[in-house]
Write a protein that binds this ligand. Structure first.
Ligand code: GLN
Length: 492
């Protein structure tokens, strides 16, 4: 079969169950595509063919014995921020270029239990800091829709791999938009779950109070399958919440769009820099949801102007603390011939971290320093609470909140945005992380250059099933999520 990469997760599951193809055939098919096509996209940092084929054979044996799960033998790509036992885990950094994890992240371990086959590890901005995947030590990943454009970031490798059909789905992480924005830039569906829904154990930390893993795939249905694997309580993560996860696949038709109240924040649609095509496509998608029976309700989110400054204090502050562990002693990069301990620390960190990571460590260390802690960090935490309350007030009168996922479509590679310009591009995604809420991106069309545009729906706490269900129904009525970049159409 030459078109296995065109099948949805449900179709893959059914095909494997019905012995239409084996996991080995499916895995070989994807490995061949990666070998032929990924040189152009550069979505993978590490491909693991031997391990993948061994897992595929084990999956096929399990099928024969009648012990298979619904996803046994389905391939996946993991963002290179999830620790994988025996396989290099780099977080896109020179600092971890030689790091082989002695254990699996919970998400990876759960994937193994579910029978998923790991194709490899995909590229990302260094330590998940960025919006373009260009800050990776391993070079920029390309957007499959236009190879001279970025796929977004930080989960740009995950997005590009799925959009080029080099993996049927992928894991991502979202600290301030890193699942939703690359999903938007690459025409995919991506879900950032409620904080605490997916275990962070073994997920290399950027900003611990904001980080959350989630699925990236073509459709809400595909994401639901991966959420069923990823979600759940983990006692090894103290912020993991002990509430039963839903059956996200079973709930795909659980929410009716009819009567759904969708909040439209006035402030969001008047943001300077909101691209006209993005605005138009998002508004058309909302009109479509209205035709399907939803009610659009204008709401206020008065704290919008505070999002970027608040996030860009809290995230770097936590990053500066989290990244202290990379000191040239315990693991990762160590400079050559240090003269003493201070020299070892200094040079290992200066040589091992790239410029964006160093910038954030400096900002964060400054914000946490004795004289400035109250003025910056404590103040930012107070504003964070106000941002959360703003959302909770809105959810008294609406079920979900609509927004673009990003003010623009994908940037050109090397567009050399200055850091503040890049930070402003996160305006629609970061408040969701500050509040710990779930949100989803769904593709809703293209701009004049045929670059994808995404609609973001933000839900109340633990409403992952509702968000997936609403998008699933939108996707039953539209075909944006089925569009493929030319490179994904290439057969090998
Ligand atoms: N672009 C944002 C940042 O650079 C978000 C990144 C993320 O979600 N990991 O911090």
């Amino acid at each position: 079969m030459t078109d296995l990469h065109r099948l949805s997760i449900r179709e893959l599951s059914e095909g494997l169950a019905g012995s239409k193809f084996s996991s080995r055939e499916l895995t070989e098919h994807y490995l061949k595509r990666i070998e032929k096509i990924d040189a152009q996209v550069q979505s993978y940092v590490t491909v693991t063919p031997e391990q993948a084929l061994a897992q595929a054979d084990a999956a096929d044996a399990l099928r024969k014995s009648g012990m298979a799960n619904v996803l046994t033998g389905v391939p996946i790509a993991h963002k290179d921020i999830f620790c994988t036992h025996g396989i290099k885990t780099t977080a896109g950094s020179k600092m971890l270029d030689n790091f082989i994890s002695p254990y699996d992240a919970t998400v990876v371990a759960k994937g193994k239990v579910a029978g998923l086959v790991t194709l490899g590890k995909v590229n990302m901005d260094e330590f998940a800091m960025g919006s373009t995947s260009e800050s990776s030590y391993f070079g920029a990943t390309k957007n499959p829709w236009a190879l001279d454009h970025v796929p977004g970031g930080s989960s740009g490798g995950s997005a590009a791999a799925v959009a080029a059909d080099l993996a049927p789905f992928a894991t991502g992480t979202d600290t301030g938009g890193s699942i939703r924005q690359p999903a938007s830039f690459c025409g995919l569906t991506g879900l950032k779950p409620t904080y605490g829904r997916v275990s962070r154990f073994g997920m290399i930390a950027y900003a611990s109070s904001l980080d959350q893993g989630g699925p990236m795939a073509r459709s809400a249905e595909d994401c639901a399958y991966l959420m069923n694997v990823m979600a759940g309580h983990d006692e090894r993560d103290s912020t993991s919440v002990n509430i039963d996860a839903d059956d996200y696949v079973a709930n795909l038709n659980g929410t009716s769009v009819k009567g759904l109240r969708i909040g439209i924040p006035k402030q969001y649609f008047n943001v300077a820099g909101l691209d006209a095509d993005v605005k138009a496509r998002v508004e058309e998608s909302l009109k479509k949801l209205e035709d399907m029976g939803a009610t659009l309700v204008e709401i206020d989110l008065n704290m919008t102007d505070a999002y970027v400054p608040t996030y860009y204090l809290i995230a770097p502050a936590e990053a500066s603390s989290n990244l202290q562990r990379f000191d040239g002693v315990r693991y990762g990069y160590r400079c050559e011939n240090p003269v003493d301990l201070t020299d070892l620390y200094k040079r290992s960190r200066s040589e091992g971290f790239g410029p964006e990571v160093q910038r954030r460590i400096l900002i964060g260390t400054y914000a946490l320093s004795a004289g400035y802690y109250d003025a910056y960090y404590v103040k930012a935490q107070k504003v964070r609470r106000l941002i959360q309350q703003d959302f909770l007030k809105a959810f008294e009168s609406v079920d979900v909140i609509a927004a673009p996922s990003a003010p623009t479509t994908a940037y050109k590679i090397g567009a050399s945005l200055d850091p503040v310009e890049m930070y402003l591009g996160d305006i629609y995604t970061i408040a969701v992380n500050l509040a710990g809420l779930p949100a989803i991106n769904a593709p809703v069309g293209f701009d004049k250059d045929q670059l994808p545009i995404g609609l973001q729906l933000i839900g109340n706490y633990w409403s992952e099933s509702q968000l997936l269900s609403v998008v699933h129904q939108y996707q039953q009525a539209t075909d944006w999520h089925t569009k493929r970049a030319a490179i994904a159409e290439e057969t090998v």
